[in-house]
Design a protein around this ligand. Structure first.
Ligand SMILES: [Fe+2]
Length: 254
């Protein structure tokens, strides 16, 4: 199991190069090199390193049926309210990247999550009668040329059947859309979560674990969390170990 989040982002050039990744001696290198189809040598960027793609994950049934009037990137304050949402205020940020590591500009990043009582904005949510009306529940942000996004929200909490998580949907011109989720690194519920365990590639699973750390300069106990997202994976792409083998199991509860 990879030890750190960055390890998960470790690049792998493996699809075409398995025979070259083994300890090589001169004879094996030449044999391997000459057995590659010539066309490969002229494929621009082929030997360029590719980032580990963020795994596609289920959207689940709670994407807001009706988007809130206030859909900005501050989920802690609704409209002109002076009452903040209940929960551990978190500054959530990251970059949207393409598989080559280039920032993706003008990507629309949407997030949705439960409030501190485990209730979604969606009308079918559990705990509806306890929903925190001061929590926006959904937010949207468009990336600039740096590919950066940021939200002010609350640290996610668990709800029946799910470990704490935040849902993401990213759309960008010229890129495959991605629906995914991030998790609280080290949360005891992670090992039992069916959606998270559905990501069978160790590196990819590690890449959606996010540390929610105290913001040093905060006087009110705010947290900071960073989640970089690499586009490129499509839902149909198998995520078995070694990429491309094995079928996904039954759809877990979302
Ligand atoms: Fe969810």
């Amino acid at each position: 199991m990879p030890s750190s989040h960055n390890k998960a982002r470790e690049t792998r050039v493996n699809r075409y190069m398995p025979m070259i990744t083994q300890p090589v001696d001169r004879r094996r290198f030449i044999t391997a090199a000459f057995s590659l189809p010539a066309a490969l040598y002229f494929t621009p960027g082929l030997f360029a390193e590719e980032l580990l793609k963020t795994p596609a994950q289920t959207e689940g049934p709670f994407y807001p049926g009706k988007l809130p009037l206030d859909s900005d990137n501050d989920l802690v304050i609704v409209g002109n309210s002076v009452t903040p949402a209940v929960g551990s205020i978190t500054h959530l940020s990251g970059r949207i990247l393409d598989p080559s590591g280039n920032p993706v500009r003008s990507a629309t990043v949407e997030i949705w999550q439960v409030d501190n009582n485990g209730a979604y904005l969606h009308s079918n949510t559990g705990n509806r009668d306890k929903r925190d009306a001061n929590f926006q529940g959904y937010g949207r942000f468009e990336t600039s040329s740096t590919g950066e996004y940021r939200f002010r929200t609350i640290k996610p909490v668990k709800y029946p059947g799910r470990t704490p998580h935040i849902h993401f949907k990213i759309k960008a011109a010229g890129q495959p859309s991605l629906t995914t989720q991030c998790y609280v690194k080290g949360d005891p519920g992670n090992d039992r979560d069916g959606v998270l365990r559905g990501i069978r590639d160790d590196y990819q699973r590690e890449s959606v674990m996010v540390a929610f750390q105290p913001l040093p300069q905060s006087k009110i106990g705010e947290l900071a969390a960073r989640f970089d997202i690499v586009l490129g994976e499509t839902p149909s792409e198998d995520r078995g170990p070694g990429r491309g083998i094995g079928k996904r199991g039954p759809r877990p509860r979302a």
